[in-house]
Design a binder for this molecule. Structure first.
Ligand SMILES: *Cc1c(COP(=O)(O)O)cnc(C)c1O
Length: 236
């Protein structure tokens, strides 16, 4: 068996175990395989093993891969998105995880209307208030959600966060807990055009902890595809 398939099976096994430990159904959690920097043939291996959701963080790379790989793949834009690049992905990706400003949301909406498509999005929240990370503050999330909900042709499906790098993933339990609570609070507002069904949280280091706190979408890269190597010209 190939290394990728082996790693994939391990991740799925741990996902199932984490779900069981908190009485959740494995079908409640979607695995997004984060394939950034990895070649198309590695993606194809995971695809053949049944994975249909893949995450990328660079528009150019995402578009190149989308062109070359099977059309039933659901692509997830998980990285910071510049407004001038929205045109390349709007209506083509299944979900944009990284919407953290009204300006970006307005541009997605404008181009979605222009192209007569709808775009599902998540609001990225910087729950841990890390200076190096993108995302709206927890305190500012409801207001941003309210404003974005007014825009045509974009649909808010939930929230996304990246927790801090930690040695022990249990350290991130409070972060994930706070995210779940934030989603519950927003859901209670019963806003038109807003769902809080998707909680995109948990990466290779901490997806088990995230599932325990209610994650419905985990974004796992290195634990499936192996460590990433960056050259000088490609930075994360
Ligand atoms: C790279 C990346 C991931 C996956 O990270 P791993 O540690 O390799 O699992 C998840 N989410 C975002 C936003 C990323 O940029």
């Amino acid at each position: 068996m190939s290394e990728i398939i082996e790693r994939l099976e391990h991740v799925i096994h741990e996902m199932n175990r984490a779900c069981k430990s908190v009485n959740r159904k494995p079908s409640e959690v979607c695995l997004v395989a984060v394939s950034k920097t990895k070649p198309a043939d590695m993606i194809r291996e995971a695809y053949e093993a049944g994975v249909r959701d893949f995450g990328e963080n660079k528009v150019q790379e995402l578009c190149d891969k989308m062109e070359r790989l099977p059309k039933d793949i659901r692509w997830h834009m998980i990285g910071h998105l510049q407004r001038n690049k929205v045109k390349y992905i709007v209506g083509k990706v299944a979900l944009i995880h990284s919407v953290d400003s009204m300006r970006l949301a307005a541009e997605i909406s404008r181009l979605a209307v222009l192209n007569n498509v709808n775009q599902d999005i998540l609001i990225q929240v910087n729950v841990a208030k890390e200076e190096t990370k993108f995302g709206v503050t927890s305190e500012g999330t409801l207001e941003l959600v309210r404003n974005v909900a007014q825009l045509p042709n974009v649909h808010i499906c939930g929230l996304m966060t990246s927790a801090p790098y930690v040695e022990d993933s249990n350290e991130n339990l409070p972060i994930f807990h706070k995210m779940s609570q934030l989603a519950v609070d927003i859901q209670k507002e019963n806003l038109d055009n807003v769902d809080m069904k998707i909680l995109s949280m948990g990466m290779s280091q901490d997806y088990v902890a995230a599932i325990k706190e209610g994650s419905t979408m985990i974004r796992v890269g290195s634990k499936i595809f192996g460590q990433r190597y960056y050259t000088n010209t490609s930075v994360e």
